[in-house]
Design a protein around this ligand. Sequence first.
Ligand code: F6R
Length: 587
Amino acid sequence: MCGIYGFVAPERRDSDTVLAGLRYLEYRGYDSWGVAMADSGGLAVDKDIGSIASARTQLPPARAALGHTRWATHGGVTQANAHPHVDCTGRFALIHNGIVENYAELGSRLRRPHQFRSQTDTEVLVHLLEEATDSEDNLLEALLAAFRQVQGLSAVAVLDARSGQIAAVKNGSPLVVGWGGQACYIASDPVALLDHTREVTFVEDGQAVWLTPDGMSLHSMATGQRLQPQVRHVDWDAERAGLNGYPHFMLKEIHEQPDVLRRIAETKQQEARALADAIRDAGDVILVGCGTAHHAALSARYTLAEIAGRAVVASVASELSPSLPSIGADSLIIAFSQSGETIDVLEAVREARSRGARIAAVTNAEGSALDRFADLTVLLGCGPERCVLATKSYTAKLAIMQMVAWELAGDLARCVEGLRATASQLEVLLDREKIGRRIRETAQLIAGDQHLFILGRGRNYPLALEAALKIKEVTYMHAEGFASGELKHGVIALITSGTPVIALAPDECLRSEILSAAAEVRARGALTIGLSPSAEPELEINLPVDGGEAAPYEIAVVTQLLAYETARLRGCDPDKPRNLAKSVTVK
Ligand code: F6R
């Protein structure tokens, strides 16, 4: 949430350098953007509402600059609330990713002598900094003094027009610095630095960085003392490729799933073995994640039980507390996170580690906070996911955990073969005009509805939850996934004439129960839409799938496409759903 970008360079650079860096961070928020350029003691700032993709600015070139793309937390989406925020003297421009929890208290103390221009929690920081410079003449010390007064988890960067320097601190949100071509850079994600450098240092919580025309230094926030930076070479490529002819990243990434499965089958066997060993060695195993990642974890719970006979617990990361009493030295926490930066996941693994647990990460982001924290990481390797909605990273997690389960069951080779076959099946499905047409027709039937329900049972239940989440996020319709066994315990009261109900019946898993549930809602007027290998009288419409081992992936792909087509009919932007950001780094 919120993207930070900046540089200090020996020569003047134009503001497009900042906009280009920020565009890689757009996934972190697209409510508003802002740029500050500092040169020869002067500060120039431009900011506006709207996404960085359409941002244009005419600021003069400068040797130091900061930029920000915002996901609003405190204060609405207005130009005044866009970052950077400037102090009363016009010397400092400050940007922030996180939350200042005690902003109201600090604000009431600062309000009298200072002029506040926004409703954000962030602005107190720049006025605190202004006060701190009365006693501290060095930028870093002043920022540390200011930051010590705030509560909450944040990353903050400040540009000082007088010295042409940038200082930044971190105690929660991600921050990375890099050095290349005699310039130093700072960003929320290394992807924004790869045009300039591949040598990066991940700033850890409790550390500060100072970027000056003479170079860059890392410091302890507690003492201000200089630390030895750990430089890491980033050898992966940010996928700079565009849409490749697709109208949206969501559609492109849905279509990438066959390749992702193939790549996982070929390249992830060793990592799957290592995770299986960790599960074998562990007592309790708890899978944590948020949103789609949690749904992948729930699916893994079924997969591990059915294939490997291994019972595990799956918990929403922010709801780990009931499991805490059982966590100890023989526990294994497997944390699922595409971004590896989700704050609730990071807090859960920190809490578990403090109780002695071993931590495994299943993430797409090499070098992310989760990757760095974990004892063992399985990288999804599915390439950057640019759409805010998780699609290919979800099926990648399903595939990895399927491999882990088969490895535990002693037959990884069978799973690898199965995934290859599934990849080909998905390719055919994605190419098949007939199902594409049916999905579009179905989207037309449901696009005008307010509510939609998805029924699953057994291993298809977590898939129903995920399908509902996709539809909610991108169409803004109210969609709920239910365990069909729960239907008669209350849910059926929601069914009225014409209510669309999707029944997941791709395989033999509790098929007759799902079809009975479909019959029951149909009897009450629901429009029943099936995902089934064969047409059935209980299903008025069927989106045919082949079923078998490919079933979970087919369900994922078909429901992702249905969500996409419905969103388009409802005039929603599939890549930038309202109110969402790809990386949730604030609580
Ligand atoms: C859904 C979606 C979110 C994320 C969730 C966790 O399409 O994108 O529900 O799955 O915010 O994010 P990661 O996986 O980065 O921890």
